[in-house]
Write a protein that binds this ligand. Sequence first.
Ligand code: SF4
Ligand code: SF4
Length: 382
Amino acid sequence: MEADLLCEFENLRSNSIAEIQAAKAEGRKVVGKYCIYTPTELVMAAGAIPLPLCSTKQDPISVAEKVLPRNLCPLIKSSYGFAASGACPYFNISDLLIAETTCDGKKKMYELLAELKPLHLLQLPQTQDMNALEYWHSEITKLKDRLEKDFSVTITEQNLREAIHLLNEERRSLKDLQDITKHKPSPISGLDLLTILYNRGFSIDKEATIQRVDRLTLKLKELSNQGVSPFKTNTPRILLTGVPVGIGCHKVVQIIEENGGNVVCFESCGGYKGVCDQVDEEKEPLLAIAEKYLATPCSCMSPNNTRFELVQRLIEEFKVDGVVDLTWQACHTYNIESYSLKKYLQERKTVPFLQIETDYSESDIEQLKVRIEAFLEIISVT
Ligand code: SF4
Ligand code: SF4
């Protein structure tokens, strides 16, 4: 992709700390979050800045392992280590953390994080029925009360409606951007797409970022119409599902693309899963927020059939040739669910499926290359 288009997004992350510091100096509060279940509309409606704190780097893990067990998901260890070491500027600048009882490892880690920073824990139900919705609605109402109390603000219905509208627009723009890879061949690599999706999360000016993303989508549409693409028409098109990925733990994406494939769809958090549904602007705001977030198809839900249905739909929409299901080591929920996802897809005779279990380190790069090369070869001859 043209370097100047990507450059705008590369700088977003590095520039954001100075912008956040300036906003804090003017009295704005900062809220750190670790999951796409966090109802970010409430944070925005409270006038605060939401920041993603999930860490994607290997470096902080050694610090975390002084406290946490070694056989724990790298995302949890990295996020805790980055915070506890004092090296994460976004954690340091946060006034409040919002966390959810998703998987066991994360919720127990949050108990330790709460010793470092004020933390509001949302008790997330693990089913998605009406009883769960009622309970989750009450949890979201408690979060509203906490934000109002801690930040001495009143979250009005009008504030909430404006925040819902803005974040719906953000989701619309991110979905439009990701839909661009439905063009065959895609005008953008999966790694570039991931860089944009990851970096834009650190920008505090949502309106400006929406415009930036829309400009990029338009440009990519033009490139695609001119037949410009880093790939060939027969490049194997991969859907990546499973655990969250970001820049720093992107090795599987990189290996796929260095070995002749193209990741055209990230079903995982940070990709399509978080943006394909909107908050209903016609409904009572807190209920509409509760409905949207509870419907998130994460493996901490049981059952989690909506994830299978989403993957199946995306395989068709993105004309995918193969599915790679990425699992971080010791992530029991995604690891176990991989069996059911594979079975679901095989029963529907869809596309070849590969599960990869790895961590943030580079120790298995050569083995991953061998497995991914073989997978891409199978796809190329089917
Ligand atoms: S995988 Fe589940 S727990 Fe992890 S960030 Fe996504 S929604 Fe949250
Ligand atoms: S990847 Fe799995 S174990 Fe790690 S935080 Fe997400 S759900 Fe939990």
